[in-house]
Design a protein around this ligand. Structure first.
Ligand code: BGC
Length: 817
């Protein structure tokens, strides 16, 4: 009993005890001949260590950090096996519930089942207890812990991070002597295993016993990808081969038909796709798994690629973590953060059974009229270059075969953001030099990270629709840049006037995106194959590109179904914390007068406007449905609204109302939340960008709303939720502070923590902010691009203040080499 204390007694001491002794796993990646492998992707493959990864250096050496900028306390992932006992490790403490009716005992085992310790406590009063059984154990090691409370028995693997645990692992000789199959069975392999892999190599798994080990040389054999492609190719009939280039929507075919008749190569879930029987992560996983399973039961047995538009986190599945849209990610100026967020997103996508996303969009939007401005990171090639590579590396690492990697789709190639007048799907008439200076550099950087797929744009360059643009699609992208994945078409983008699917494939399209009639494009492609030697060669190239991508993804070497452990991580706190970090680092402070920010937590804060308390509005388009929640009737998915974020942190009061009439007379600060109604694609094309053009719900005009709030005479902060800079030249005059919040996604509490001053602002504009619509297009360094009426913008590209009122330093906070 001496060792045991009520949790409350320990509360204040926990922080000290938690400070981990940080240690690393070191090793060297080598190939079959013992030569160093550069850029091998080294990860823990266990649930406890999702976010710890590193790459081998030029000598093949790697140091996998026990903790670091890309890691999160793995104990957050510990999941109790028995809810009654609810055992968890927090720092060096083991916490559990006792029911007050039975004796309690704790046993500690090594991973292989070696019994290390037993502690018996007799009967404890009902409550939650903490013990410190790891004090003599290895720091940052994983143990199997078994807690028995009478008949109830909970056991699980737990990571002990113990400052006091720097000693030797005791009783090591006991290992293997006690056999505990229940604990070391299926789950042990997926917890603390270091995985070393690289695209085009066979990965190696190395079990580890602690986070302090040198694991020496890890050999990963190079794969003969070309030979494997040929071997699979030769095993298929002509129809089966051509089917590899066919795509249709998951709603257009039933898995039972896959087994018997239609074994196409790829599937998509177009905007608004949902499983037929529900929207939860588990429903998604079951549904998409039924496609994977059916395909492997079919004659072809070539694994499937399934994609949807995960353009800002897991935005399709209710309960997923929705990150800010790319315009906000750009405003962080932090490619390392973007990489981390995209990796988190990849894990959530894998958890639904998909293995591919139509993302990242690396458009360089040059005209704010365009309804897809928010899908790009910013108006400059420098932003596109950094973020494109970061996003692809986040999704794929340098190891596309990693079970948590997903295939990226860099889109929309090219100059989708450069169309005249910012017209969605329009024509970009910028001269060749401007095309090369502005719209292509992002692709060159993205290709360095070996993206699995690229999607041509609906738009045209100088009159040639991109799906039919051989010089850019084939000669530049595939030949000059060396892109060896496949080009997947945009939604029927190969249907264009008199131009046909045959013309598109001839120009370099590999997989037309057709959502129904899976056999339609098969017939067309077969026609091309039979028409000429060139046609045949082109079709063979397209088939082989698909097969090569699938081989590089490791799909032939593993089960493609969703891992239930990964599905269980969808929307977990660790992922939400990363999305929230993106939110707070993306906020751009445009104005702060009368010291209105930061707001003291003791103040009475009143929020006004629909955006203050609505998940759907703060997420914008491409969230659960294609257009986002245009009805604004309530929560579309799980998350924290802006108001809830303030309520979490306040030591005063937080109230809200949809209009200014609800502002209480004793409010200390008014925060008016206005923005753009959710939209996607051409529906967002907007030829005025005023707040009045985006009147939303109950007839409230946002310009008027700001004036109404101002009339109350209280300190006024305006939060703008929009997919792009808006024309707010007059509105901003009325506000003491003005913050561009973009479309933050589900983690609205990232806003309160900056407005309350827990963190300073760091976001900066990646778009020049015009004073009037007539100034559009107005962009930094116009590089031969068209310009609008000119003049001084309201805020320059790169503008952003901190709480002290200073302009933030220019440039990136991190860079991707
Ligand atoms: C969009 C693409 C998207 C595709 C599939 C198209 O309308 O332009 O960005 O990936 O639909 O949903």
């Amino acid at each position: 009993m001496k060792q045991i204390f009520k949790l409350a007694l320990f509360f204040s001491a926990v922080a000290g005890i938690c400070s981990p002794v940080l240690a690393d796993i070191t090793g060297k990646a080598v190939d079959g001949s013992g030569n160093p492998v550069v850029n091998a992707f080294v990860t823990y493959s266990g649930l406890g260590n999702r976010f710890v990864w590193t790459y081998s250096d030029s000598q093949g050496n790697f140091t996998l950090p026990g903790a670091g900028p890309t890691s999160v306390d793995p104990s957050l992932y510990a999941k109790p096996l028995l809810s009654g006992i609810n055992a968890q490790v927090r720092g060096g403490l083991l916490c559990f519930n006792a029911d007050g009716k039975n004796d309690v005992s704790v046993d500690i085992y090594t991973l292989r089942g070696g019994h290390l310790d037993k502690m018996s406590y007799g009967m404890l009063g009902a409550g939650r207890y903490s013990v410190h059984p790891f004090s003599k154990r290895l720091a940052r090691a994983v143990y199997v812990v078994k807690v028995r409370n009478g008949a109830e028995l909970g056991s699980q693997k737990m990571l002990c991070v113990s400052a006091a645990g720097a000693g030797r692992l005791e009783k090591q000789s006991d290992e293997n002597q006690v056999s505990l199959p229940a604990f070391v069975g299926k789950r042990s392999a997926d917890v603390e295993v270091v995985r070393v892999g690289k695209t085009g190599y066979f990965p190696k798994l190395v079990p580890v016993q602690s986070f302090t080990q040198a694991i020496g040389n890890v050999g990963i054999a190079k794969m003969d990808v070309a030979a494997r492609v040929d071997s699979v190719f030769n095993s298929l009939s002509l129809t089966q081969k051509i089917y590899q280039t066919v795509m249709c929507d998951v709603r257009s075919i039933h898995p039972k038909d896959i087994v018997t008749t239609t074994q196409i190569g790829t599937y998509l879930g177009a905007g608004g796709v949902q499983p037929p029987d529900g929207t939860s992560p588990a429903k998604w996983a079951n549904w998409l798994d039924s496609f994977h399973v059916a395909q492997m039961q079919s004659a072809t047995k070539v694994p499937l690629m399934i994609a949807y538009d995960a353009v800002h986190g897991l935005n399709v599945c209710v309960g997923g973590t929705v990150s800010p849209h790319n315009i906000a990610m750009g405003a962080t100026w932090d490619p390392e953060l973007v990489k981390k967020a995209y990796r988190m997103e990849a894990i959530e996508v894998r958890g639904t059974g998909a293995n591919w996303a139509f993302s990242p969009c690396i458009a360089v939007p040059r005209h704010l009229h365009w309804g897809r401005v928010y899908e790009g990171f910013g108006e400059s090639p420098e932003i596109a270059q950094q973020m494109a590579k970061a996003a692809v590396l986040g999704f794929q690492g340098f190891d596309l075969s990693h079970p948590f990697s997903i295939a990226a789709c860099v889109k929309h190639f090219a100059a989708d953001g450069g169309t005249d007048g910012g017209l969605n799907g329009g024509d970009c008439t910028a001269p060749d030099a401007a095309l090369r200076a502005i719209h292509l550099p992002g692709y060159a950087r993205a290709v360095e990270a070996d993206p699995a797929t690229v999607m041509p744009s609906f738009s045209s360059w100088r009159g040639t629709p991109m799906h039919f643009n051989k010089p850019l699609l084939t000669d530049y992208l595939k030949t000059q840049l060396g892109f060896d994945g496949f080009a997947v078409g945009d939604y029927y983008g190969d249907y264009w006037g008199t131009l046909t699917t045959v013309d598109a494939i001839t120009a370099g399209l590999d997989v037309p995106m057709h959502v129904d009639n899976p056999t339609g494009s098969e017939t067309t492609t077969l026609g091309l194959y039979n028409a000429s030697a060139n046609g045949q060669a082109r079709v063979i190239d397209a088939v082989k590109r698909v097969l090569r991508t699938k081989i590089k993804m490791g799909l032939f070497d593993r089960n493609n179904s969703a891992d239930p452990n990964v599905t269980a991580l969808i929307g977990c706190q660790m992922h939400r914390d990363i999305a929230r970090e993106c939110v707070r680092k993306s906020l751009v402070l445009l104005k702060n007068t009368n010291a209105v920010l930061p707001i003291a937590k003791t103040k009475k804060v009143h929020l006004v406007g629909d955006f203050a308390d609505n998940i759907g509005l703060q997420c914008g388009g491409w969230t659960i449905t294609w257009q986002g929640d245009t009805s604004g009737t309530g929560p579309t998915t799980t998350g924290t609204t802006i108001k809830q974020g303030f309520a979490k942190l306040t030591q005063g009061t937080v109230t809200s109302s949809v209009d200014a009439t609800g502002i209480p007379s004793n409010a200390d600060v008014v925060i008016v939340c206005v923005g753009e109604k959710p939209y996607a694609e051409g529906n967002g094309d907007n030829g005025s960008l005023t707040l009045t053009s985006n009147t939303i719900f109950k007839g409230i005009n946002y310009t008027q709303l700001i004036s109404d709030c101002k009339a109350k005479g209280k300190p006024l902060v305006c939060l703008l939720f929009s997919g792009r800079p808006m024309i707010v030249t007059n509105e901003i005059q009325q506000c003491d502070a003005f913050v561009a919040c973009w479309l933050p996604g589900t983690e609205g509490d990232g806003i309160a923590e900056v407005l309350y001053g827990d963190y300073d602002f760091r976001g900066k504009l990646t778009h020049t902010w015009p004073t009037s619509y007539g100034q559009e297009p107005i962009n930094t360094g116009n590089m031969g691009d068209p310009v609008g009426s000119g003049g001084t913008p309201l805020f320059a590209y790169g503008y952003g203040l901190n709480l002290a009122g200073q302009q933030l330093p220019a440039g990136f906070y991190s860079t991707i080499p």
